[in-house]
Design a protein around this ligand. Structure first.
Ligand SMILES: [Zn+2]
Length: 310
């Protein structure tokens, strides 16, 4: 196990992130970014293809007999494929996933048991994303973040590397998995006192430039105008409808996830169990419906019918 591998990051007081990825003996620079941009773009990441592979893995576990060689070979192939798919989203996702598995599971001993554990760890990134979305939703609705409740049970330990530059002592974070990475960013987000708004037009999150209530973001739409420029031209009714669809989607997602979580943790107490596959199936359909509605491809009622299944 190469302990020096990982993501090495400098994060300054303005929230700028720079650094590199240490993989084996290669030092690979990463693009400069900021705390805000990293978290917001992660919250928008669509892990659809990756989810598909995980569903396939689950299907194999359900359909093939225990300990069969066929199953072992298939799962091995699929987990390798999933790991590769993860690295295609961001190069360092692949590395952080591998290091997490090394840190938590140790060396691959080639057993069925190891492989099964390995496969279960592949859910990590989506669990973290869900946490970020939950946090964003609270923050943008001005629901007070209960730091103890939200962060305590998920407290993470992150190593710091001390070094000298220009005769000054400096520090870098040494990150070994995705939970560490995004939790660190969330902590710093809170520490910097950033506010978060949800654009009432495109539905995406943004950090407002001023303390004033900001309804629309500066992203450029298909028509070449930003949300801020375009929104005032739309009728009040249209905006209210958009808001209703966005809010309904959020509330439903929260409910569906809770049902899935309860099915997993306390299956005996759940009236309407929801499997992981069912949850993701719903999520993908609803997300498409929401986006199609926002792009004027389907009417509001149709979108709401898809989102509000019971
Ligand atoms: Zn917008």
């Amino acid at each position: 196990m190469a302990k020096h591998e990982g993501l090495l990051l400098k994060i300054d007081s303005k929230g700028n992130i720079s650094g590199y990825m240490q993989e084996n003996n290669n030092k690979i620079p990463i693009e400069n970014t900021t705390i805000k941009n990293e978290l917001i773009s992660f919250s928008e990441e669509d892990f659809e293809e990756y989810s598909e592979l995980q569903n396939e893995i689950r299907k194999v576990y359900r359909t093939y007999p225990d300990e069969s060689e066929e199953r072992f070979a298939l799962i091995k192939k699929l987990t390798a494929k999933a790991e590769k798919a993860l690295a295609e989203y961001r190069t360092f996702y692949g590395l952080l996933n591998r290091l997490m598995i090394e840190d938590f599971l140790g060396e691959n001993d080639g057993t069925e048991h190891y492989l099964r554990e390995y496969a279960s760890y592949l859910d990590q990134i989506k669990t973290v994303q869900f946490f970020v979305l939950h946090f964003f939703s609270d923050l943008s609705n001005q629901i007070e973040i209960d730091v103890n409740e939200d962060f305590n049970y998920n407290s993470v330990q992150i190593s710091t590397v001390f070094y000298f530059e220009d005769n000054k002592s400096r520090q870098m974070y040494h990150i070994r998995n995705l939970t560490e990475y995004y939790f660190l960013l969330l902590h710093l987000f809170v520490e910097n006192g950033y506010r978060l708004c949800r654009c009432q037009l495109c539905g995406r999150y943004f950090v407002p430039k001023t303390k004033k209530k900001t309804l629309y973001c500066d992203r450029v739409l298909n028509n070449g105008k930003t949300c801020k420029e375009f929104a005032p031209k739309l009728k009040h009714r249209i905006l209210a409808n958009r808001n209703e669809v966005l809010k309904t989607f959020d509330t439903q997602r929260g409910k569906m996830y809770k049902r899935y979580e309860r099915t997993l943790n306390t299956p005996d107490t759940v009236e309407k169990p929801l499997s992981f596959e069912e949850y993701y199936d719903w999520l993908e359909k609803s997300r498409t419906a929401r986006d199609n509605y926002l792009e004027d491809k389907i009417p509001k009622e149709e979108a709401l019918n898809i989102i509000c299944i019971e």
